[in-house]
Design a protein around this ligand. Structure first.
Ligand SMILES: [Zn+2]
Length: 167
């Protein structure tokens, strides 16, 4: 599995936090609204959702730069531009996956490929603060953030942290 379904994902606090951090505080409402529609005119989104214009535009632009919304422009004969926006659900699911549990899966892939990785148990509650073996040697197996002993990372550790992450 390499995606998370939007409806499931948005019920997770970590995903909600990711969306708010990256796309702005109104982005969750915006996503829920757009997920049930095709291209919607920007002013209609604003009217329907009640999201203030500045916040809406900021969210849409940030989402566009991550490729999770698509924009269509229409220019009338007075050069007036109208914007239409559509959510790219597949891209959004991929974005969420890659920024949440995908990071754990990527580490598992590296470990299964035989790479030696080290991590700091104290600094790895939500994210895994990890180093490759060269870095670990450079740091003399002490975490550069907190000074704790660096420990070899195992797939079991990653799985455990991944489970905690999704709680
Ligand atoms: Zn540490």
């Amino acid at each position: 599995m390499n995606v998370i379904r939007i409806s499931d994902a948005l019920s997770l606090n970590r995903v909600r936090k990711l969306i708010v951090d990256r796309f702005g505080e109104d982005a969750i409402n915006l996503i829920l609204y757009l997920s049930e529609r095709s291209y919607v005119q920007e002013s209609i989104i604003m009217n329907d959702t009640g999201i203030p214009q500045k916040s809406l535009q900021r969210s849409l632009l940030r989402m566009e730069s991550e490729g999770v919304v698509d924009c269509k422009k229409e220019v009338d004969n007075k050069s007036y531009v109208t914007y239409y926006w559509k959510l790219d659900i597949g891209s959004l699911e991929r974005f969420i996956y890659e920024n949440t549990i995908g990071k754990f899966d990527a580490l598992i892939d590296r470990l299964e490929a035989g790479e030696e990785l080290y991590y700091c148990p104290s600094c790895s509650q939500l994210e895994i603060l990890h180093y490759d073996s060269e870095e670990a040697i450079d740091y003399k197996f002490k975490c550069p953030e907190c000074g704790s002993e660096l420990v070899p990372l195992t797939t079991e550790t990653v799985e455990n942290l991944k489970r905690n992450y999704l709680k």
